[in-house]
Design a binder for this molecule. Structure first.
Ligand code: PLP
Length: 457
């Protein structure tokens, strides 16, 4: 994955309403901090652009040396409501001052409020419920556990296969990685549990066959009968792209799961809470998941995740046996309640939809200026990605993606490190509250950065 050089680069100064760049990048004075981290942490924690976050507000991030970036990362699709939203900070402060800092699974009012609010966001509030965890991986792990438990209880041990997709990412814990679809992340496991099976994802670029027949054909080739499948899980859009399911495929998948009583999980950890222009991305397909894994934008801030799901599936485990120490941690719960209110009151999903109608085509226009090396552009609402490839091929070019990412950083436009199967995807995800003026300015900066890397005159 991305390795950033820590040698300071002198870059032109920038001063606009939203961006300030007034030092070399990385800031020479910040280097001792990087050295300290290098000594105290595994290098796995490095790999993001070499700036030191000091404050983050709305759609900008600043260091303490006077530099300020327009943020196209939202952290990593966390800050949907914007960084440090005043209402979220006030809610956290209120919980802090009460004080109520930890509760384990002892009930508290915030927990009742938030689980109700999340159930109300489900496909059918009367027959769905929610429970709270801390990370997205915990949420997807629990979806796997619930799917397999449901099948075991209802049909016995033969219905145990868990189907997910090539190139999927569901987190870094063991079950989440078994369901993940990137082989390089699983080598440490040695032999994988054979009850986890992956099929091609119909992204339309890396895999051009977007028919549901390929799903059926692949299962057949792998010797899996529909009646043996306990669960199917997919990200509502795959993070590596972002890659979206064709609507027809999504509907056929739903019908297939329905026909064979297979628990269908939509992983909305990244795509939920307004990002694509609807509260959940699965709503773009008009389908109804049985379980929904949530995280990131659920609080726009503190660590919180949730599973929202069908009551009959969610009720399989007796009291005390499907919990986590920090389930419903009060500060995170307060932040999440405030966040959900902000998303609704500020109509941020609608805003993402509206801005996305201009933002995504603009990025695709820029991609089409260099179709040889910028292979494709996918996006919806306020998430998009451009794949950097070796000229005229679909072979990932992570070095090019990194150059674009750095050219943006140097101009005051912040993204997280390129993602994708081989680090080839320049992925962007501004907070949904981003001012239109800041979004327009940042698209111009992006275009200028792309030209600076690719234009040959
Ligand atoms: C789709 C998806 N699922 C699960 C996860 C894991 O979430 P966490 O890092 O909070 O464990 C992520 C994180 O990037 C994700 O994008």
């Amino acid at each position: 994955m991305a390795e950033y050089d820590l040698t300071p680069v002198a870059v032109p100064h920038v001063q606009t309403k939203f961006r300030t760049i007034r030092t070399a990048i990385p800031v020479p004075e910040s280097l001792p901090l990087f050295e300290s981290l290098r000594l105290s942490e595994p290098r796995s924690m490095a790999g993001q652009p070499p700036i030191v976050w000091d404050t983050a507000e709305g759609a900008t991030v600043a260091d303490r040396w006077g530099n300020r970036w327009i943020d196209w990362s939202s952290g990593v699709l966390i800050a949907n409501a914007g960084h440090g939203h005043p209402a979220i900070r006030a809610a956290i402060r209120e919980a802090l001052e009460r004080p109520l800092l930890s509760t384990y699974v002892f009930p508290h009012e915030g927990r009742a409020t938030l689980t109700r609010m999340l159930s109300d966001l489900s496909p059918d509030p009367a027959s769905y419920m929610a429970f709270l965890l801390s990370t997205g991986s915990e949420a997807t792990e629990n979806c796997i556990k619930l799917s397999k438990s449901y099948a075991l209880e209802k049909y016995g041990p033969d219905k145990k296969i868990f189907v997910s997709f090539n190139n999927a990412f569901h987190g870094r814990t063991m079950g989440a990685q078994l369901a993940g679809g990137m082989p390089r992340l699983k080598t440490w496991m040695g032999a994988c549990d054979p009850s986890f099976v992956q099929v091609p994802f119909p992204d339309g670029y890396k895999n051009e066959d977007v028919s549901f027949d390929l799903f059926l054909k692949t299962l057949k080739e792998k010797g899996v009968r529909p009646g043996e499948i306990a669960g199917v899980m997919t990200e509502s859009y795959q993070g590596v792209g972002p890659d979206f399911l064709p609507v027809e495929y999504a509907r056929k998948l739903e019908a297939f799961c329905h026909e064979h009583d297979i628990v269908l999980t939509l992983d909305e950890v990244q795509s939920g809470f307004g990002r694509t222009g609807k509260m959940f991305c699965y709503q773009q397909y008009g389908i109804t998941p049985d379980l929904i894994a949530c995280g990131k934008g659920i609080s726009s801030s503190l660590a919180l995740s949730a599973v929202i799901g069908r009551t009959d599936i969610m009720s399989l485990y007796p009291p005390g046996s499907m919990t986590s120490t920090h389930s419903a941690s009060p500060l995170a719960v307060a932040a999440s309640i405030a966040n959900l209110k902000v998303l609704k009151e500020e109509r941020l999903a609608e805003r993402a939809e509206r801005l996305g109608k201009w933002f995504v085509p603009e990025l695709c226009r820029i991609q089409r200026l260099y179709p040889d090396v910028l292979g494709c552009c996918h996006g919806m609402g306020l998430v998009a990605g451009i794949q950097a490839v070796k000229a005229g091929t679909k072979t990932p070019d992570p070095a090019l993606a990194l150059k674009i990412n750095l050219a943006c950083l140097h101009r005051g436009l912040l993204m997280f490190a390129p993602v994708g199967i081989g680090g080839e995807c320049v992925k962007v995800a501004p907070p949904l509250c981003i001012e239109e003026e800041a979004l327009r300015e940042s698209v111009s900066v992006f275009e200028e950065a792309v030209h600076s890397v690719l234009k040959k005159d």
